[in-house]
Every structure is written in structure tokens, then in C-alpha cells.
Design a protein around this ligand. Structure first.
Ligand SMILES: [Cu+2]
Length: 171
């Protein structure tokens, strides 16, 4: 009886120590919120100004940063005259196919004056991907980086780089 009690007590103490020492950040996944306002914007490149379709007036579009295991809630609001949808290129949509983005395939496009919240969780993926419009030629100006960091305390499977800079090719 005494031995059993001692074992139980030891287990309890060890569990407590383990829990107390485990950084909570390493376990925690969070929900990250983004808002994409699809809007026209005058953009100047090489001394030439054009009105183009953008996300939040930015070209290229805003950078999304998340950690593996995080849930992303991205509200897309359509302020332009065209229908729109956004595809999260390379994201495995596990049981969230309706968040994948191809218009007329996995969703109806977001119509003028309407919005849609893309809701998905990043599972088993890390690295830099990208997002882009997935309807007609709006993809030519609607795109940006999607950066997935490993969970806190988990390294990349290579030496930590001195510096990281996202590079986006477009035309
Ligand atoms: Cu794509």
C-alpha cells in the first residue's frame, strides 16, 4: 500500500514538474485574423501609373504569417465590380475544401459588395507558399506571400538562415 502511494505521489510530482517546465508556447496554436479589402488602387511602376485591383491597396499584396497548427480566418471583402475568390496555393485543405478558393469549383465567387471568411488550419506544413486570386485574370495583380513558421521551439530541418526575405516574382 505504502509503495503504491509513494509511486502515485512520485507520478504526480513528476507530471507537475513536466507540465511546469514545458513551454506553453510550444503546445499552443492560435487563430490569426486577416482582412483583405479587394479594391482599386493607383500603382506606379517604372514611372507609369495604372489603376489596378489590389488587396488593401498594396501591390504585391499583404504578407500572411502563421505557425504550423494555427487557424487562419481571412475575411475577404469585395469592393470592385468583378467577382473574386482567393486561393491559398499549396495549403492542404484537410476537411476545409470550401476554403480552397477556386471560383465555381469549391465555392461561388464573392460578388460585388459581399464578403467571405476563409477558415482553415495549417497542418503538417511549413515554409513559404503564396496566395492569389483564383478567378479570371485578377490573379495577375492579386497575390502575396504566405509564410508558415514551425511551431515555437521547433527548428527548420536546416541551419537557421542569417536572414529571411520573401521574394515575389510578378509581371
Ligand atoms: Cu495557386
Amino acid at each position: 500500500m505504502g509503495v503504491l502511494l509513494f509511486s502515485l505521489l512520485r507520478l504526480l510530482v513528476l507530471s507537475f514538474i513536466t507540465l511546469a517546465l514545458t513551454p506553453q508556447q510550444a503546445l499552443a496554436s492560435i487563430t490569426r485574423h486577416y482582412k483583405f479589402d479587394i479594391q482599386l488602387q493607383n500603382v506606379t511602376r517604372l514611372c507609369h501609373t495604372k489603376s489596378i485591383v489590389t488587396v488593401n491597396g498594396q501591390f504585391p499584396g499583404p504578407q500572411i504569417v502563421a505557425r504550423e497548427g494555427d487557424q487562419l480566418l481571412i475575411k475577404v471583402v469585395n469592393h470592385i465590380q468583378n467577382n473574386i475568390s482567393i486561393h491559398w496555393h499549396g495549403i492542404r485543405q484537410l476537411r476545409t475544401g470550401w476554403a480552397d478558393g477556386p471560383a465555381y469549383i469549391t465555392q461561388c465567387p464573392i460578388q460585388t459588395g459581399n464578403s467571405y471568411v476563409y477558415n482553415f488550419t495549417i497542418v503538417g506544413q511549413r515554409g513559404t507558399l503564396w496566395w492569389h486570386a483564383h478567378i479570371s485574370w485578377l490573379r495577375s495583380t492579386i497575390y502575396g506571400p504566405l509564410i508558415i513558421l514551425p511551431k515555437h521551439g521547433v527548428p527548420y530541418p536546416f541551419t537557421k538562415p542569417y536572414k529571411e526575405v520573401p521574394i515575389i516574382f510578378g509581371k
